[in-house]
Design a protein. Structure first.
Length: 631
């Protein structure tokens, strides 16, 4: 299929740029994507660390309360003396001021002495609580996340609303305890705890501290959640109705990794109405058990938008690149193809004969060379054309002149013929009369008469030749035996003085058939050739006349080969021209071969010559055999 240069260039550039920009975009987009994902994961991991700090400091502040309370003198006095005094009232104040849900003071064995949240319920055994037990044993303050059964919780604090606890029938607490030691003696312990289930304060403080309440398109960018096992018990993730999504569960995979296996974990997740990139860490009880998780989530939307925007940016760059390249290559192609189109147009013009067609030299080396050689070719063509034109013009003028001369000569010959006949007849009569009158012989006038007779004869033969040449001949064609015709010609001249020193050899083929010709015209041709041959051998020589039949080509060939002076190379092409003669003035008319050529041509034959100057000349006449039907 044929395509223009422009199309070809543009399409190949297009293919290249599309491939390159596809690769470029793919790699770039993947790179950005990875960067975005890594960035998000790092950020969420950092957020989780910060959240952990806040959670830890919260635990620490509960612990601080227990420690300070355990150090109070009145409490030690009351425990030592067994008199409560102001203790109950002070502890109630601590419970309220520190926003504690549980505050318990036990003796050294773990039996409850004061319980300000449920003052009448005292004396029960609390020493089995793992946290309190650890503290009393080690005499060291401690804090941890702790699970309490609903029953325990009711006993500790009957005022707490049960439905806040959630479906797992357990409460997750920030719990701490400190020993009460007086002069090295363990007097008892202080236990305090804050309920986490359903409480927004801690998660909101984490969200505020870590994410500074940043917004993305009117949505908070971050969220924090506390899980009891896998159950959301405190969160600031909202559902479609704008309520916190309490009571829903984490994905099983997350639960397994974080709570069961005790690892930190980062994963994309759907919570409420939003997708988050979330990080989780386990929350441990005092015994080292993973009882829940702390999770923070970063809104995925900003990262997705960033990804989308950078993808669009890359595609836009690739598209711009493509468009630019196509434009550029189109321009380039135009720039290249314009000179080529000039060339094509110019060669069309040249082909249609406009030799003045030239092309400007373009600034591209290869095409410039092409253009230059095209111009050179056009120049050469034009020069040759002019030469040819000149030549034909000269030839035409020449042949016109010759034609005019021919007509003139024929007219002159015609006009001269009649008076000349008279001169010839009278000069002959004069000579006869002189001879009859017995002449005086001495005064030489006989010789003059003879000269008049000879010259008159000559004039008449020239005129006859001219008339023959000019006369429109209508040949009378009939089957003729060529051998006999040629023999007749030889016989006519053989005895003349011209042939005295010439040996005539006949080589007539026996199989030469009859040829349909005008016998008298053919005789004229053969006579001309025989006499020319004799005239070429003034010192004598040999003339071989042969006739043969070329059956294959259906031709009869008659050949006249002499051993005369031959024809100069330069003259060869002119011997058939009328009036061309090399013979002395008054001897040749230059019409013999011209007339012969015309006759042979009329017979649809050919006449040809071969000659070697100084050695001899051979003329051959070839006549076509005609079918009888053509006859
Ligand atoms: N057999 C021949 N040998 C050499 N020259 C020949 C021969 N036949 C013809 N020519 C050359 O061709 C010329 C033209 O011949 P032709 O037309 O018969 O005119 P003419 O015989 O009157 O010169 C002659 O003048 C001669 O130079
Ligand atoms: Mg002649």
């Amino acid at each position: 299929m044929l395509k223009s240069i422009a199309l070809r260039l543009v399409s190949s550039f297009l293919v290249i740029i599309v491939i390159i920009s596809a690769i470029f975009s793919y790699v770039g987009i993947r790179f950005i994507e990875n960067r975005v994902v890594t960035e998000a994961q790092n950020r969420v991991a950092e957020s989780l660390m910060a959240a952990g700090e806040i959670y830890g400091s919260e635990l620490h502040s509960v612990q601080q309360v227990t420690r300070l309370t355990a150090d109070r003198i009145f409490l030690k006095d009351a425990l030592r003396s067994g008199r409560a005094g102001q203790a109950g009232a002070v502890l109630s104040a601590v419970l309220r001021q520190e926003h504690l849900d549980i505050l318990v003071v036990t003796d050294a064995a773990g039996r409850v002495v004061w319980r300000p949240a449920n003052p009448r319920r005292v004396g029960d055994e609390r020493g089995a609580d793992p946290l309190l037990k650890a503290v009393l044993t080690r005499r060291e303050s401690a804090a941890a996340t702790q699970l309490l059964s609903v029953g325990d919780l009711r006993r500790e604090c009957p005022g707490l609303v049960v439905h806040e606890v959630g479906p797992d029938s357990a409460a997750m607490m920030l719990a701490a305890a400190s020993p009460i030691v007086d002069a090295g003696r363990l007097l008892g312990g202080v236990y305090a705890a804050v309920l986490l289930n359903g409480r927004a304060e801690l998660v909101d403080r984490i969200k505020h501290g870590v994410f500074e309440d940043a917004q993305y398109e009117n949505r908070p960018v971050g969220a924090a959640t506390l899980f009891l096992h896998d159950l959301r018990i405190a969160t600031n993730v909202l559902n479609a109705e704008g309520a916190r999504i309490l009571g829903t569960r984490a994905e099983p995979d997350v639960y397994r990794r974080v709570v069961v296996e005790g690892r930190r974990w980062v994963a994309g997740t759907l919570a409420g109405t939003e997708r988050y990139i979330a990080a989780y860490r386990p929350l441990q009880s005092i015994t080292g058990q993973n009882v829940g998780m702390l999770g923070v989530g970063l809104l995925e939307a900003p990262y997705l938008d960033l990804k989308r925007r950078s993808t669009l940016l890359f595609l836009a760059i690739a598209l711009t690149g493509t468009v630019l390249t196509v434009g550029l290559s189109y321009g380039l192609a135009q720039w290249l193809s314009v000179p080529l189109r000039d060339l094509v147009a110019a060669s069309h013009r040249l082909a249609h004969g406009d030799l003045s067609a030239r092309v400007p030299t373009p600034p591209v080396t290869e095409i410039a060379e092409l253009a230059e050689s095209f111009n050179a070719m056009a120049d050469a063509l034009r020069a040759r054309d002019e030469k040819l034109r000149d030549f034909t013009r000269r030839k035409i003028m020449e042949s016109e002149r010759l034609a005019v001369i021919g007509q003139l000569a024929a007219g002159v010959a015609h006009e001269l013929n009649n008076p000349l006949q008279g001169i010839v007849a009278y000069s002959h009569l004069l000579r006869e009369k002189k001879a009859a009158g017995g002449g005086n012989g001495g005064n030489g006038s006989d010789g003059w008469v003879d000269k008049i007779v000879t010259q008159a004869d000559r004039c008449s033969s020239i005129v006859r030749g001219l008339l023959d040449f000019a006369r429109p001949r209508t040949p009378v064609m009939k089957p003729t035996a060529i051998n006999a015709l040629v023999e007749g010609c030889i016989a006519l001249v053989e005895e003349q003085a011209l042939f005295h020193n010439i040996e005539v050899v006949r080589r007539f083929g026996a199989d030469v058939p009859e040829v349909v010709v005008d016998p008298s015209l053919m005789q004229q041709v053969f006579m001309n050739l025989i006499i020319n041959a004799a005239e070429a051998m003034p010192e004598g020589g040999r003339l071989v006349v042969s006739a043969r039949c070329d059956a294959a080509e259906r031709m009869v060939e008659v050949e006249f080969a002499d051993t005369g002076h031959g024809i100069a190379e330069a003259d060869l092409e002119r011997i058939f021209d009328p009036f061309f003669t090399t013979k002395a003035v008054g001897h040749g008319t230059g019409l013999g071969l011209a007339i012969s050529f015309g006759i042979v041509k009329e017979h649809r034959g050919t006449i040809s010559v071969e000659s070697e100057p100084g050695k001899g000349t051979t003329f051959s006449v070839r006549l076509p055999l005609r079918d009888r039907a053509e006859g």
